[in-house]
Each structure stands twice: as C-alpha cells, then as structure tokens.
Design a protein around this ligand. Sequence first.
Ligand code: ADP
Ligand code: MG
Length: 775
Amino acid sequence: MSDRRGNRQRLLARVNSHRDAMGALTDAELRDKTREFRRRVEQGEQLDQLLPEAYATMREAAGRIVGKFPYDNQVLAAIVLHQGHIAAMGTGEGKSLTATMPLYLNALTGRGTMLVTVNGYLARRDAEEFRPLFEFMGLTLAVGVPEPGIADFSTAEKQQIYAADVVYTTSDKVGFDYLLENLAGTSADKYLRPFNYALIDEVDAILLDLAQMPLVISGSPRVQSNLYPLADAFVATLRQDVEYEYDVSTGDVHLTEAGVEAANRFFHVENLYAPAYFQLNRHVFLALRARVIFEPMRDYMVMGGELILLSSVTGRLLAGNKLQGGLHQAIEGRESIEITTENRAMASVTYQNLFLMFDKMAGMTGTAKGSEKELLKTYGTEVVEIPTYRPLIRVDEPDVVVATVEEKERLVMDYVEEVRATGRPILLTTGSMRSSLKFSQYLLDRGIEHNLLNALSEAKEAEMVREGGGKGAITVATLIAGRGTDIKVTPEAKEIGGLVIIGAEKLPNRRVEGQVRGRAGRQGDPGSSRFYASLEDDLFVRWGSARQEDLHKRRRGPRTMRRLLDRAQLASEESASGARKLSKDFDIAMARQRELVYELRDEIITGEPITRRDLTALADGVFAEAAAAHAWDSHAALMRYVFDNLSYHLPEDFERLDVHSPQRVRELLMRLFERAVQEKVDTLDDAELYARFQNIVFLKSIDVAWIEQVDFLEQLKTVVQNRTLAQHKVEYEYRREAYFAFEEMKRRINRDIVRLICLSRIERGPDGALIIQFA
Ligand code: ADP
Ligand code: MG
C-alpha cells in the first residue's frame, strides 16, 4: 500500500519536473504535443510511461484555456484515476478539473473515454466548461445526453457522439444505449465502440446507491393479469409470524408453511409452489411485499388515482418510474386504484455489470467511507484518500440523540432559530421527502423564509443549492439533492462562521452522512455540522439492537445512546451491502446469458453467412426433438405440425406415409424443409439477398426468444425469493432455473428459425426492397 503511495508521489514529482518546460511552450507547440503523444502510443509506448508528460501538458493547457492550473493534489488524484481506482476527494476540491487529465491520457489511444455523472445537467455543465480545453488539445468532445425535452438522438447522431475521444454522459444514458444497440438489426444501426475507459463522478451514488435497481427497457404490454386484487385480498387475511414472516433488517418476507396451506385453500390449488402455479405464486409474493414492505408517503404516494414512487436515495418523486416485475401493479392492487399495464422487460442490465464491461473503470467521490471493502470486492477498485488542498476546518459536532421524535424536532427547530439569529447559512437535510415537507411546514409556521429542495428539475436544483451559501439563507433538502453542485459560501457568510449543516435524521450509512457533512467546509472554508436523532427514527427502529420499551423505561446517558445509534447505522450498512450482493448475484446469471446472446447476434450481423449445411443440421435437430416430444401416431397430428411449422401444402404421398416410422417421418419433414429453403433461394435469385433474408430470420428468432427470457428472469427473481428462505439457496435456485430456461430458449430459437424460413413470404417492393411477411 505504502509502496503504491510512494510510487504515486514519484509520478507526481515527475509531472512537476516537466512543469517549466511546458510553461515555456507556445500555444501551438503545446497543442502539437497531442500529435507527438499519439505517435508514440502507436509506436508502442505505454500510457503509464507517457503519464508525466501528458499530465504536465494538460495541466499547462488547463491553466491557459480555463484559467485553472491543477494543484498537486489534483494531479495525485488524476494518477489514481488513471490507475483504475477511486479517488476520495472532498467536496469542492475540483474533481471536474482533475478528470480532464486521465481523460486526455486515456483518449490518446484513440479508443474513446467516457466521463459518467449522475445527471444530465452535470454532464452538460462539465462538458461545456472543458470543451475548449479538449478541443484546444486537438481532441473531440461530445455530450452523450440530449437537451431536456428532446427524446433521444438519432442513430447517426449517436454514431458521431460515441466516436468522440471524450464523451460526457450519465450512467442511465450509457446503459440504455447499450441495451438499445443490442436490439439493432444491422451493423449500420450500431453506434457504440468497445467500452474502454469509464471515469465515474459521484461514483458511490452510481455504484452503490443506484446499484439495486436494474436499468430496464420495457416493451410490449404483458397480457393483463386480474390476479392482483385477488392476491391482495388473500394477503390481507394473513398474520405476521403465523402465516408469514418478515425480517425488517433484511427486507425478507415469506409465507410460512401455514401460509402456504392457507393459499392452497384460498385459491383451491394443491400446491402453490408447483410449476403450474408460477403466476399465482408470483402474485401472492408480490402482494405480500406490497403490503408488508411498502409504506405510503415513505415509499410512494397516490396522486390523482395514480401511484407515484418516492426515491429513498434522493427523496425525489419518481414520476413516470415504475417498479419492475409486477410490484408496481401489486401496490396498485393494495391501494385499490386502477391497475396499470405491466410491460414486458425487453432488456435489462445493472450498473455493476455495465461498468464491469469497461476495460478500465475509475471513480471520484467526496467520500466512500465504510464502503471501501465492498467497492474493492465488487469492482476491484481501491479507494485512495486524497488530502485536501487547504486544511479542513469544519467542526463536526457530536450527535444529539433523544428519546422521541417530537423532542428531536423541537430541538432541531430551536437550533435553526439559534443559528438564524447569527445569519450563518443553513442546510437542513432530511432523510426522506416526508420529513423534508414536515420541516418546511414548521418553518412556514414560524414565518421563516427558506428554499425547499426536492422533486425539482436538476438545473433549478443546482441554482438553489448554489445560492444556499449566502448570509441568512436557509435550504431544506433531501439527501443528495443538488449533489455535484458546490454551495459557495459568500465572504460575508464566511466571516460569521460559514455554512451550518443540520441533519434532521441520522442517515442509513456513514458514507451518505459524510457526503452531507462535506457540503460545508469546502476548500478550507469555515463551517460546522450537527446531526439529530431520536430512538423513534426509522434507522433505529429498523436496525437498533435494543428493544424500544427498554429504552424508554431506563433513561440512558448520551454516550450510550450514541453508541446504540452507531451500531444501528452499521447494521443498516451491512444489510444494504447484502442486498446489493444478491442483486448482483442475480444479474451474474443473466449477464452471462446476455453476453452469449449479444455475441451470437453480433456474429450474425457481422460474421460469415450461415451455410446450407449448418442450416440443415439445425433443422434436423429440431425435427428430432419434435419427434420425441409429439409422438406423432396419426396423420392428423403430423399434418397439424407440418401446417404450423413447415408448409401449407402437404405432399401428394402424405396419406401413404407410415407415421409410425420415425425414420420416414423425419425424411418427410427434411424434404419439406429443403424444398422451402430452395424456394426462397429461387425467389430471391441472389446469394447476398438470400443471406440477408436468413440473417433477418435468425435475428428475429433470437430477439423474440431473448425478450421472453429477460422477462422470465425478472419474474423468476420474485418467485425464488418466495420459495426459499436461506439466501444462498435463493441464488442457487435462481441460477439453476435460469440455466434450464436458457437451454429451452435455445431450442425455441431453432424451432422459430425453421418455422420462419419455411412459412414467411417474401415479396419485392416496387423499388426492389425486400418485404418479408412473417408467419
Ligand atoms: P468537486 O466536484 O470536487 O466538489 P468542483 O469540480 O465542482 O468540485 O470544483 C469546485 C470549484 O473549484 C469550482 O468552481 C472549480 O472551478 C474550482 N477549482 C477546482 N480546481 C481548481 C484549480 N486548480 N484552480 C482554481 N479553481 C479550481
Ligand atoms: Mg463535482
């Protein structure tokens, strides 16, 4: 460890050793460096070797073009970022400027780099600030997210964007583009280059806070299920610890044996867990989760007959977002509002797997405290603390812990008044949307002017946060509202002590808490932070180890209370980390399958055409399997199969065929298949056209089956969680069933290929275009 630190210090010294030489260059000479570096990379020089000169060059250029010359600390962080690790740099230390150095260096190979942020506003803001710098150095820069109000870029635009040396974008956008691209039909529709280097800003928010929700592209609606209200009606009759068990700390809910029996009786089935009741089982589990885990006004609200989610991370309204896998509909069932259509999941990926696809990934964050081990284990990234440029003089006061919420809120408001009298700006952070509204109301009641920061547009949010550092300013905000934007404390406010952070709740982990505190005391500013907590707070109720009554009976000293609270925080951290692990484990099975399918598609799109021999072998496999499955013992059954899969015309000798001879039957089917293929070849009368037709058939068969599979895997998650108790069993069951389903999917693809080749009709449009009508 210290070896690596020494190594980084030596690298920094070498960057500094080029400082004067770079300073002496003319603009033109400085710019020419890029060409020189590129040539050297082409000739085999490693980026590691180039680093000192390249960083010194970019640093000098930054000084000239954007008027900010990166400090030694920033260069040090930039070295960490090139090495594929996470730089923990305090708020306001200048992470955006730091990023330009590793982006420049890694773009020299011509393989592209990406700067990934949490929202489009930040991506655009940073891109616009540093565009002149990159362009001065002869690199191309593109913004990967469209302006607000614009749906998406065209394929041609995306091709141009992703061809740029540096792309500033968001995690969502890269994820969705990745998924969308793999629904493309031809190589002309592709736009991504192989993932090379990703530098993630606010990396903890993306890799940890957002990690549990996979990105999902929804497609056609699923057949509407009427089971939701019924499942809810059943679940409403159940009692905790009798028919179901709920572990608050892990979020695990499941039916007990008595519960399963009750379900069997209620729905008149023999066994809820039998494969035939997959859907019923799923609905029961969803209804149970909807009732037990979700709470109105904390997790969601009903507005105008519509269910709207609240983000637990940011406290924002997630209008338009829906919980996946039917959970959204289950909550609608519980609330007795209209059940919205449930769309099929067409493609999905988690952030974890998305970023693991990059050859190199690095990140920056204010603090990753308490999550270092998880980051190392999951992503192989080390967290390296970067010392601040100016010493930190913020005062972090000890927590104030009291027994009741009421008492706590009174104390918080008293403190707000006390600070207000001094004129120091206040940022009052709350753990949830509900709580932020409550404090906003208290302030209104007392006639205190303030800004309320939640559920707003990102740009507006940034503006409000920026203004939060003026004398007398009061801002009430949810957790990461405005993250990425600096609260600039005015000189006047600095003089009287700077920004005061008041935490109205202890937060579920030390990292988020550190982020909140970090909003004050930036760049050596004065400031302070103080958190309030009560033993009735969510954190304590869910994660505390002592029983509530005991706490109330015996009055405990503040030290004990604080220790209990710290312990609750640790328990909460561990559970969140466990949940992320489960979601990652689920995704591993899917990721493997996704890779295989995407590879297969790529090969069809870009590889050699499939030969006639391969096609025949494929059909032979399909017929053999069909023979085993159908047992054609009558002409009628075989006729049905031929009509459904091979031809609308029976051969003349069909009646004379001995259907009891598997050999004869297979010969007949093969004959029909070969005839159909030959017909297509003849109709098209052009080898290339025929190859294209065949490709379309293959892609369509793969896509239809894969979309079903993705959808099935999403549903399977809920089913296996309902079925077993132990976590390792859940994973095992999921992987096993996912595997069987994948094998079945492959067979289905082959069946579809045979069917589509035989039964589709080809026409030539007036302009010679190929029109294929699929059966
Ligand atoms: P962070 O993302 O680390 O919180 P920012 O990148 O938003 O910080 O930078 C905070 C502020 O410091 C910005 O106004 C930025 O322009 C300024 N800044 C950063 N580095 C330097 C530098 N080397 N010289 C002058 N100003 C800088
Ligand atoms: Mg930043």
